[in-house]
Design a protein around this ligand. Sequence first.
Ligand SMILES: Cc1ncc(COP(=O)(O)O)c(C=O)c1O
Length: 389
Amino acid sequence: MRSTLAHEFIATVRAVVGDEPVIGLHEPEIGEVEQAFVAECLASTFVSSVGPFVTRFEQEIAAITGARHAIVVSNGTSALHVALTLAGVRPGDEVLIPALSFVATANAVVHAGARPFFVDANPVTLGLDKVALEVVISGFERRDGVLVNPRTGSRVSAIVPMHTFGHPLDIRAIVALADEHGLVVVEDAAESLGSYVGDRHTGTFGRLGVLSFNGNKIVTTGGGGMVLTDDDELGARAKHITSTAKLSHPWEFEHDEVAWNYRMPNINAALGMAQLTRFDGFLVEKRRLADRYSAAFADLDGISFLPEPEGTTSNYWLNAVRLDVADLALRDALLQASHDAGLKVRPFWNLLSDQRMYRENERGDLSTARELLDSVICLPSSPRLARLP
Ligand SMILES: Cc1ncc(COP(=O)(O)O)c(C=O)c1O
């Protein structure tokens, strides 16, 4: 039974992605445009933290997302660290984050001196669940106008919703809930460049949002990230504290606070600018690939394609399917058979609450997150796969 399903699963994926012996999960597309932009950067000798591509990349991302300010940094993790700090997260705080996320979401909270508090997932959006958040918050107390976790005595200061695999979560409801309780929202949009709720870009609903341009993302700079905000003061602060807090002067090195060097080199921004010339095409291709997977899996019993939530537009960064009945052993059998067949599919990340450094952290009920972990498989999603005949 298990081997029949594995056989059918592989045949279904292969019907979409073709018969190359090995197919990766998400490969960057590097072509002539990328080579030309990077060559131009090299020829200019402006390969480091200052240069025209950095400014252009920030302007272009601001235009795409509609954020008033886009501040480019070295990666998505540093973007989250900066955003949490600017959002007012202080050492000793607790921050509500999804148990189902990449480890960076939790690590950035710790880098900001705070502790992650893990919250359950929504089975449709795969992101933070509003009801689960409400349940967790109902266990907190308000002391002197501040939300406090009575079990630890810590202030609870922020929520970090994350748009999983590019599928937008119900961000408006979560921002409303946060407002009601005086919590600040930092949106982890690392995976969702090109994803919208209605006609508004993900990452622009919270006080601050972040993007990642890691090599596996829809647009890559090799490594990189972006802080988004509509707040003029936070935008200026983000630039200042990520670039050593140096006061502008032709020769003097005066810095007005302890700050970070989280700058993105111009050479990486050149790669990013090249990628952006193809971004609209990537989005079209990824949607086409998603349509093909959706149609192919419609005919396979026991496994369902995970479509974009209603009212949203996903970038379909990673296409994913879900076993209709969560079954860890079956999931692993499908992963093993697929890898043996050259298909580099993968599961969700292990729950953050199960990672050894976070096992003692506070958490709500995580049963949906666990069910998703035991049932979701991500499929090869490189845009080029949509160009196959
Ligand atoms: C949800 C999420 N948050 C944060 C990050 C961190 O980004 P980076 O790898 O650029 O540090 C990533 C991806 O890598 C991610 O998928």
